[in-house]
Design a protein around this ligand. Structure first.
Ligand SMILES: *[C@@H]1O[C@H](CO)[C@@H](O)[C@H](O)[C@H]1NC(C)=O
Ligand SMILES: *[C@@H]1O[C@H](CO)[C@@H](O)[C@H](O)[C@H]1NC(C)=O
Ligand SMILES: *[C@@H]1O[C@H](CO)[C@@H](O)[C@H](O)[C@H]1NC(C)=O
Ligand SMILES: *[C@@H]1O[C@H](CO)[C@@H](O)[C@H](O)[C@H]1NC(C)=O
Ligand SMILES: *[C@@H]1O[C@H](CO)[C@@H](O)[C@H](O)[C@H]1NC(C)=O
Ligand SMILES: *[C@@H]1O[C@H](CO)[C@@H](O)[C@H](O)[C@H]1NC(C)=O
Ligand SMILES: *[C@@H]1O[C@H](CO)[C@@H](O)[C@H](O)[C@H]1NC(C)=O
Ligand SMILES: *[C@@H]1O[C@H](CO)[C@@H](O)[C@H](O)[C@H]1NC(C)=O
Ligand SMILES: *[C@@H]1O[C@H](CO)[C@@H](O)[C@H](O)[C@H]1NC(C)=O
Length: 363
């Protein structure tokens, strides 16, 4: 009898150990942070523009041709940059767009990003009714009052919860390509030199980040701009020959000024805002090294309209992983993947400043 009890005891113990192990295995799929809130433009948008009156849409084929759910509004053949970052953080589902996010899922994160949107309110409006950064911040306030209610029921402080979340901000591209570099529609290039414009953008972004900080955000990942002179849209606008390549260089130099300012902003905000941590992702540095630098970059993968967006149901290249640009502006899934992975885990000291998203989860 005693020995039977003894073996029963051992069996129970082994069972408990195994089920504990099982829980740990499941925990591998659990995200490193409870929540990810996403602000930005088409590099991050996962469907917010779908039901708006705008040309900045991607909810039709061939967009999404390599995405399990097909076209969703992502400006990619597959995933976008934030999808990849979310995966690397261990989220087993993508962060829902603000347009459709409901109920408890908002606690895991919401994606406010909108194709064509910019730091400046007028940016991208030539393409229709898009959601500027200021409007994204207003939408975040709506989520916040919902979070307050949900957490209030659980008796947990919103401030404590939000302090664990990552806030990703990837914006500024359209303040160049759908504003400053579009003198036919916008006056900014007549008002500001490239240096002044970079400062104005950095300052406005700084205020927007402070707004987020005041409403509870503490961990920020800020993405720098890629070399926008190189996108097929600007390359074709610049024309060919030596004046064309000087035009491309000029654009790249202008966006580099924004990046240098953004990195310095990160250093300042880390000093000025108590308990907050900001990091800078050097997207243009990541872009200029392999594997991105060795992909086909002089043509888009899809057949484009105005060198901008894919022609609905148009032709596409066969091997998407070989191409840098999916349409006239946006990277392919394979390239977004490199940005997302190296933002999460830097592969070179110049990829991030002062450290990567993986380390950001641990502060
Ligand atoms: C941005 O511009 C739109 C349209 O021009 C206007 O309705 C809106 O109030 C502006 N938003 C902000 C935050 O300035
Ligand atoms: C959420 O609750 C906090 C206090 O718990 C309050 O300071 C804040 O204004 C509330 N925010 C919203 C948007 O309701
Ligand atoms: C919520 O927390 C407060 C302070 O910790 C406590 O006084 C109150 O009883 C709690 N309410 C519920 C419903 O648990
Ligand atoms: C761009 O910047 C590089 C490095 O600072 C400089 O050598 C080049 O002359 C600049 N090009 C233009 C067109 O301003
Ligand atoms: C940070 O604080 C310094 C000193 O008060 C100030 O000069 C600077 O403008 C602040 N920077 C930002 C981005 O808030
Ligand atoms: C900073 O964090 C400490 C410790 O959590 C907290 O007591 C303090 O109120 C925080 N300060 C601000 C400005 O968030
Ligand atoms: C980004 O990385 C490149 C090297 O790949 C470096 O030359 C550049 O200075 C970095 N940019 C910033 C703003 O730190
Ligand atoms: C793109 O570059 C490849 C080789 O680098 C060249 O063969 C091809 O003609 C170029 N295509 C265009 C449209 O410039
Ligand atoms: C597509 O390109 C990648 C990278 O160059 C290569 O490894 C792969 O074999 C190619 N696939 C096809 C079907 O050509």
């Amino acid at each position: 009898m005693a020995s039977q009890l003894k073996s029963l005891f051992w069996m129970l113990l082994i069972f408990l150990l195994l089920s504990n192990l099982q829980q740990h295995c499941n925990a591998v799929g659990n995200p490193q942070v409870p929540c990810l809130y996403v602000f930005g433009d088409s590099l991050s948008d996962d469907g917010n523009n779908n039901n708006r009156l705008t040309l900045a849409k991607a909810n039709y084929l061939p967009y999404g041709v390599d995405f399990p759910k097909g076209p969703t509004g992502r400006f990619s053949n597959g995933r976008n940059m934030l999808d990849v970052l979310a995966q690397n953080l261990g989220f087993d589902e993508y962060i829902p767009p603000f347009a459709t996010a409901r109920g408890e899922e908002i606690l895991r994160g919401v994606n406010y990003a909108s194709g064509s949107a910019g730091i400046r309110n007028e940016t991208g409006r030539i393409y229709g009714d898009i959601i500027s950064m200021d409007m994204q911040l207003k939408n975040y306030q709506i989520t916040l009052s919902q979070i307050n209610k949900t957490l209030g029921n659980r008796n947990m402080s919103t401030a404590e919860y939000l302090s664990k979340c990552i806030f990703s901000v990837a914006i500024g591209t359209n303040d160049y390509i759908a504003n400053y570099l579009f003198p036919q529609f916008y006056t900014t290039s007549r008002i500001y030199t490239p240096q002044q414009y970079a400062v104005v953008l950095n300052q406005q972004l700084s205020q927007q980040l402070e707004t987020l900080y005041k409403s509870g955000a503490r961990k920020f990942a800020l993405f720098g701009l890629t070399a926008l002179g190189n996108i097929p849209f600007e390359r074709s606008a610049c024309g060919s020959g030596s004046s064309g390549s000087a035009c491309v260089d000029n654009i790249n130099n202008a966006t580099q000024l924004f990046n240098v300012g953004l990195k310095s902003l990160v250093a300042q905000l880390n000093t000025n805002l108590t308990n907050a941590t900001f990091i800078f992702i050097n997207a243009s540095g990541i872009e200029s090294s392999p594997p991105i630098a060795s992909k086909v970059a002089n043509v888009s993968c899809c057949e484009t309209l105005l060198n901008l967006i894919c022609v609905p149901s148009g032709k596409i290249c066969r091997n998407r992983t070989n191409y840098k640009y999916w349409d006239g502006v946006h990277p392919t899934d394979a390239v977004y993947a490199v940005y997302g992975e190296r933002a999460y885990q830097a592969q070179s000291p110049s990829d991030v400043y002062p450290f990567d998203v993986n380390q950001l989860t641990q502060v």
